[in-house]
Design a protein around this ligand. Structure first.
Ligand code: RRO
Length: 315
């Protein structure tokens, strides 16, 4: 029997992605060279490093560490400032959707950044980061403060009319995801990206008997392999509780095509790759695309929609 032609393109409302695989914000997407490499790659979209109004150097190094079970980081939002990213997009023509990640240090700064971003025709959507775990001396992660989250979204949609996605922190109880979804369902949000790194982890070097990163006495956000089960659970529950018009971009622990397949089975429309992209470099997008297509061919699925969200219970 002839194999079906496999198509891994997807749409998030009117935004069309030729591939469902993209980088995660923060992974090799801060400088001009890094963004140019992403433009030339086979990623289905580009997400920029979360930006602030002023450029930031970020936290003291070493601030990222990788080992076989994942990564820990306390980068502290190093970025070149929103004007750099908007200028870069003005200068570089591309058909690829561009998700400008923003992460202001206050609600007021975020509103200002959103107003600025909405003036650019080159920004396809803003991915508003509500979940950075590493800002020294800053207040709580907004995604964990449901009153603030609700207030903030009401303020934003008074003036912001372009496509908006939210980068969410990991939640660890079903009721929290249900309550967040009840809030998000009231707004014309395009997508949620879940999950950001798991905050307040620690890696220990038993030889030196010390932590492995400098800032915050070694505490940082955990990414990579070990967070995949938490990413999958967040995707699964948001798929259950969000309005169907809000897409889910899965992020957490993707190293191969099977991981992507699992994210989509749980309900993701697209995926982002962070830690493994940092470790492997730009060729990862070709490899992951090939691996995902090969799985779909073997399973006789021709599109992402054929199996999205169809995770089965054991009976
Ligand atoms: O820059 C960071 O420290 C950072 C950010 Br903004 C984020 O959203 N997630 C993360 O793990 N690190």
């Amino acid at each position: 029997m002839d194999k079906k032609k496999v198509n891994i393109s997807i749409s998030i409302k009117d935004i069309k992605l030729s591939s469902c695989i993209m980088n995660a914000s923060g992974a090799i997407c801060t400088t001009e060279k890094e963004l140019n490499d992403l433009l030339k790659s086979s990623s289905g979209a580009i997400v920029t490093k979360s930006c602030t109004f002023f450029p930031r150097k970020g936290n003291v190094k070493p601030r990222y560490f990788y080992c076989e079970y994942g990564s820990i980081n306390s980068m502290g939002l190093p970025n070149l400032g929103i004007d750099f990213y908007l200028d870069f997009l003005e200068k570089n023509k591309t058909e690829k959707p561009i998700f400008l990640s923003i992460s202001g240090l206050s609600i007021e700064e975020n509103c200002f950044l959103l107003k600025k971003a909405s003036l650019s025709s080159k920004v396809t959507a803003v991915e508003l980061n509500l979940s950075c775990p590493n800002i020294l001396g800053e207040e709580e992660i907004i995604g964990y403060d449901f009153y603030k989250l609700s207030y903030f979204l009401k303020e934003i949609f008074k003036f912001y009319k372009k496509p908006l996605g939210l980068k969410l922190p990991p939640y660890f109880k079903e009721i929290h995801i249900k309550n967040v979804a009840i809030i998000l369902n009231q707004f014309p949000i395009y997508f949620v990206t879940c999950i950001n790194s798991i905050p307040n982890g620690i890696f220990v070097n038993s030889t030196t008997e010390s932590v492995v990163i400098y800032p915050k006495k070694g505490f940082g956000g955990i990414g990579g392999l070990s967070i995949k089960p938490f990413a999958l659970a967040n995707i699964r529950l948001f798929h259950l509780y969000l309005r169907k018009e809000i897409s889910i971009i899965g992020c957490g622990g993707i190293t191969n095509g099977v991981d992507i397949f699992e994210h989509i089975l749980c309900g993701a429309s697209a995926v982002q790759v962070g830690t493994q992209f940092i470790e492997e470099g730009i060729s990862i997008f070709d490899r992951l695309k090939k691996e995902l297509i090969s799985i779909l061919e073997k399973k006789n699925y021709s599109s992402i929609d054929n199996f999205k969200g169809n995770l089965k219970d054991l009976v």
